[in-house]
Design a protein around this ligand. Structure first.
Ligand code: F6R
Length: 364
């Protein structure tokens, strides 16, 4: 049941902290605080490159995984949505890693892409929530997301569980390839283990998120912005808003805005941005200043460290706890999903069963 929540989506949003914790518990040894993956039938140290594919939200999780794999493990990564990947016939180096991500384990395009990768000699590793699924059966190894059943058609908790697995995988590949030191691993694991607690604090921000929702509910189009590993967070926010509120939203890499979409910006097009403190903070702030100068209404997600700088600029600022830059996209995801839910409530849509959508897409 819904445990007293109004919708499964609301219940599942509140499960983020637990799901992140349970997923990490499977992959991190509590005694040594080191990542310990289940035995794999291939050697991560010898994998020359990785190719990542998935659909929808799972694809966005994969995009964040790519940033981590590149930065932490210094491994070349190619990524595409499965519906494209399956027909691209990319030349793949035999012995590479084919990384699939899926909540259901039944998505037809993801399965077809898997088969294409297998035919090209890739080791197939799948990040799955349903561990008894078709994709699981056809994989060489499975890393489970411990999200429990996800009933709401719009994915929420599965996403942060996927990120938790991909973060641990990136650490494991980095250690195997010697691009990450033991001290480096300790720091990254420390910031992962801190996440369930920090995630739990985000629900206190609901009143400010509701203020944002009131602005968005009156809009026809919304622009989402982010940079680096928070660009996929913007994509996830825009997808979730479209799915559950039927408001058109588009996500852009913040630096790309001036190459076109800036022409859309006026008072009627709210701009939602995910801007945690860190390397890309000032760059993103200057993109937001450009939007502000065109009359854009800025609704900004940041962290407590970034909040002061943004208060003068944005109409509404929501500051999540400050965490390491590595784990920031995991925390930043939660409020953008909450925002979509709050807008759907204001619009009175069928939140758990949006029109035209199915939970598991088993046709091409
Ligand atoms: C987004 C959503 C879809 C799924 C996509 C992939 O809220 O639910 O975009 O993420 O259909 O599904 P799985 O992960 O089952 O392969």
């Amino acid at each position: 049941g819904k445990d007293g929540y109004r919708h499964y989506m609301e219940k599942e949003l509140h499960e983020h902290p637990v799901v992140i914790g349970q997923t990490l518990q499977r992959l991190i040894d509590p005694a040594t605080r080191r990542v310990r993956l289940p035995g794999l039938p291939f050697d991560l140290a010898r994998v020359p490159r990785a190719v990542v594919t998935a659909c929808g939200s799972a694809f966005y999780a994969g995009m964040i995984g790519r940033y981590w794999l590149e930065r932490i493990a210094q491994i070349p990564v190619d990524i595409d949505v499965a519906s494209e990947m399956r027909y691209r016939d990319p030349p793949l180096t035999p012995g590479g890693l084919g990384l699939l991500i899926s909540q259901s384990g039944e998505t037809a395009d993801t399965l077809a892409a898997l088969r294409g990768m297998r035919a090209r000699g890739q080791h197939i590793l799948s990040v799955l929530n349903v561990e008894q699924s078709t994709i699981a059966r056809e994989s060489d190894a499975v890393l489970g997301t411990v999200a429990g059943p996800e009933i709401s058609v719009a994915s929420t908790k599965a996403f942060t569980a996927q990120l938790s697995v991909l973060a641990c995988l990136s650490i494991a590949v980095g250690r195997a390839r010697d691009t990450l030191s033991a001290e480096g691993e300790e720091a990254l694991v420390g910031s992962l283990l801190d996440l369930p607690g920090r995630a739990g604090e985000i629900f206190d921000l609901a009143p400010a998120i509701r203020e944002m929702a009131a602005v968005i509910a009156g809009a026809r189009d919304v622009l989402y912005l982010g940079r680096g590993a928070c660009f996929p967070v913007a994509l996830e926010g825009a997808l979730k808003l479209k799915e559950v509120s039927y408001i058109h939203a588009e996500a852009y890499a913040a630096g790309e805005m001036k190459h076109g979409p800036i022409s859309l910006i006026d008072r009627t097009v709210p701009v939602v941005a995910s801007v945690p403190s860190g390397r890309l903070f000032e760059k993103t702030v200057s993109n937001l200043q450009e939007a502000r100068a065109r009359g854009g209404r800025l609704l900004v997600f940041t962290d407590t460290r970034g909040a002061e700088r943004l208060r003068g600029l944005a109409e509404i600022v929501v500051a999540v706890p400050t965490v390491d830059e590595f784990t920031a996209p995991i925390l930043q995801t939660i409020p953008v999903q909450m925002l979509a839910y709050e807008v759907a409530l204001l619009k009175g849509t069928d939140v758990d069963q949006p029109r035209n959508l199915a939970k598991s897409v088993t046709v091409e």
